[in-house]
Design a protein around this ligand. Structure first.
Ligand code: ADP
Ligand code: MG
Length: 627
């Protein structure tokens, strides 16, 4: 026998599972039965190509027994089982990267809960399955867990046991059949789960959709607790919302009613069934660099893989569920699947189906759609960049914040609101909505009631260059120079009749002061309230794009930009007077830099030289106090 300590994070997870999530204890059964079903799925898949394995059994099932006297509950399956390494890797460590995210997500759930007292902890519980820590839920009800397992096709069995505190023991053992048997030594307050009625109820609630029979064995009496057929093969009219929900929870979609459920049977050039959902909340790994889609592929009800890029593109990686088809040979290897024409066709059809459902929602239930967009829009935008075939469809259902609208708005709606004579879609790139709203670049547009869209996702900089125009209108960044809004009338209260004074002398002096820090200095046509702002050259890179480049390449040099000054601003006029009278060069110099660096700060950038900035600030404050 050998003893092992849990990994540090495992201990932490256990602690949380046992102490924070106890109010919904019954889900341990769901998790263990779901693991058993996964294990049978795996064996079924392997037995297609491996004759030795296919002879092993023809009656796949999960079996539950309860011993009230010994206070033990066992859950057995005749699935794939585990060898020694797999036992250690699967039950002693949390191999997947989800651990840290789980802890973080749980933390943020708690914060949210502290703010809204009325929420229950269903959301906490939904996290367990999603993060792949399901097995540990056994310790909510048991003070000792034994896992006896034998890998199919081998003779060796192992017994893993743990009290869920510091570590686990593992030893060689005997087991007649392949598969896994989990024995829970129930805690005193969890003996209700030894009652068949209670168990039956939990299985019906959470695991009715499982594709294999879950049997309760009492002596020689066997009772099937679930329907025992794959959910998607049943007639829709027989499936309840709860069935769908627990099925999707099993697919890692979290609990609760999904935003979209798609259950269809297609017969045509390709035949397949899809049972897909768009979950309520973002999966924890939505922004994982691997961008792996998670839809599961079944061939004739045999689970094949959930790693199949041809089935669903990365920009729909938040979709969960299954696609089952009889049109692909079950013997095809997973590698060959990547180049399978039938699968490509199914994949395209699935994407079409999802997009048409989204369009329907966009048109008919705009509020629901906006809720969906705020969760997943940023990922859908990736499709506008990398999926030329679906770009138009995605553009038509894309949503943005804007300077004139409270909620989200679409591109078509924007175009329909465009001003007389406006032939471009104006947009402002920024990190957040708040910083967009504060941008001095907006001033002139707001004064004229010209709507500006806010592009706040980094991915916006990628799809934009690929979309020369929408409904015949091209896109124009208002942080690039060259936008002329003088042709639009300012609203009455923003209008000033007097001509802008000539500030050429000041501009010349500022050019000398700022030197190569800026590409040029010129009069602004858009500012009304701020003294200055930075714009990119007409042909140059947009500000946000430069920032993105910098994030990817630390050596990337910012291109010097153009500083635009507002000749109607009191500061600019005052300084111009100083320059004209030739007094106080130092003040003009300081002010030139302050205006420049303030513009940087407003964009969320640090001043060029923090020390010099601070000295100038001190000089100006000292002066201010002396007045
Ligand atoms: P997940 O199911 O999301 O992978 P779990 O914590 O539920 O996470 O299970 C961890 C791992 O333990 C599984 O991925 C699987 O490899 C292994 N495992 C758990 N139960 C069984 C079982 N009954 N048969 C075979 N392997 C199992
Ligand atoms: Mg599991």
């Amino acid at each position: 026998m050998s003893s092992h300590n849990f990994e540090a994070d495992t201990g932490k997870i256990l602690d949380i599972v046992i102490h924070s999530l106890y109010s919904n204890k019954e889900i341990f059964l769901r998790e263990l039965v779901s693991n058993a079903s996964d294990a049978i799925d795996k064996l079924r898949y392997l037995s297609v190509s491996d004759k030795k394995l296919s002879d092993l059994t023809d009656a796949f099932a999960v079996t539950i027994t309860a011993d009230k006297r010994a206070k033990t509950l066992t859950i057995s399956d005749n699935g794939i089982g585990m060898d020694e390494d797999e036992v250690i890797a699967s039950l002693g460590t949390i191999a997947r990267s989800g651990t840290k995210s789980f802890l973080e997500a749980l933390g943020s759930q708690k914060d949210k809960k502290a703010k809204s007292k009325d929420s229950d902890n269903a959301s906490d519980v939904s996290l367990i399955g999603q993060f792949g820590v399901g097995f540990y839920s056994a310790f909510m009800v048991a003070d000792k867990v034994e896992v006896l397992t034998r890998k199919a096709g081998t003779n060796k069995a192992y017994l893993w046991s743990s009290d869920g505190r510091t570590g686990y023991d593992i030893e060689a053992a005997e087991k007649a059949e392949h598969g896994t048997m989990i024995t829970l030594h129930m805690k005193k307050d969890a003996t209700e789960f030894l009652e068949q009625v209670r168990i039956g109820h939990v299985i019906k609630t959470y695991a009715d959709h499982i594709s294999y029979p879950v049997n309760f064995l009492d002596g020689d009496d066997s009772t099937q607790l679930n329907s025992g057929s794959a959910l998607w093969t049943r007639p829709k009219s027989d499936i309840t919302d709860e069935d769908y929900e627990s099925f999707f929870a099993d697919m890692g979609a979290g609990y609760g009613k999904p935003l979209v459920t798609l259950h269809n049977v297609s017969e045509g050039t390709v035949s397949f069934t899809n049972l897909l959902c768009i979950p309520q909340m973002r999966p924890y790994d939505l922004f994982d660099p691997a961008r792996k889609p998670k839809v599961k592929l079944y061939i004739n009800r045999v689970y094949i893989t959930d790693d199949c890029d041809a089935l669903i593109p990365a920009w729909l990686r938040f979709v969960r569920g299954i696609v089952d088809t009889a049109d692909i040979d079950l013997n095809v290897s997973r590698e060959l699947l990547q180049h399978n024409k039938t699968l490509d066709r199914i994949g395209k059809a699935v994407v079409r189906r999802i997009l048409s459902e989204l369009k329907k929602m966009h048109d008919k239930k705009p509020e629901d759609y906006d809720a969906l967009w705020s969760q997943f829009g940023v990922v859908l935008k990736e499709g506008m960049y990398e999926d030329a075939d679906n770009r138009e469809k995605l553009l038509a259902i894309s949503r943005f914040h804007s300077s004139e609208m409270d909620g989200l708005t679409g591109l078509s709606d924007y175009v329909s609101r465009m001003k007389e004579g406006q032939d471009e879609i104006y947009y402002l790139s920024a990190d957040t909505i708040t910083s967009a709203e504060m941008s001095p670049h907006l001033e002139g547009f707001k004064a004229r009631g010209i709507e500006v869209l806010y592009f706040t996702d980094p991915v916006d900089e990628f799809w934009l260059p690929l979309v020369p125009e929408f409904e015949g209108k091209s896109f124009a960044s208002i942080t690039k120079g060259g936008v002329d809004i003088d042709k639009f009338e300012a609203s009455d209260d923003a209008k000033t009749d007097d001509e802008a004074p000539d500030v050429d002398k000041l501009i010349a002096a500022m050019k000398e002061a700022l030197g190569s820090s800026v590409a040029d200095i010129r009069i602004s046509k858009t500012l009304t309230d701020s003294p200055a702002c930075l714009v990119a050259d007409e042909g140059g890179m947009d500000i946000q794009m430069q920032r993105l480049m910098k994030a990817h390449d630390p050596n990337f040099q910012d291109q010097p930009r153009i500083l635009e000054v507002n000749p109607k601003h009191a500061l600019v006029q005052g300084l111009n007077k100083l320059v004209t009278t030739g007094t106080d060069g130092e003040l003009v110099n300081d002010a030139a830099f302050m205006m420049f660096e303030q513009s940087l700060i407003l964009e969320g950038k640090p001043p060029q030289d923090v020390a010099a900035f601070s000295q100038r600030m001190t000089r100006l404050m000292t002066r201010g106090l002396k007045l």
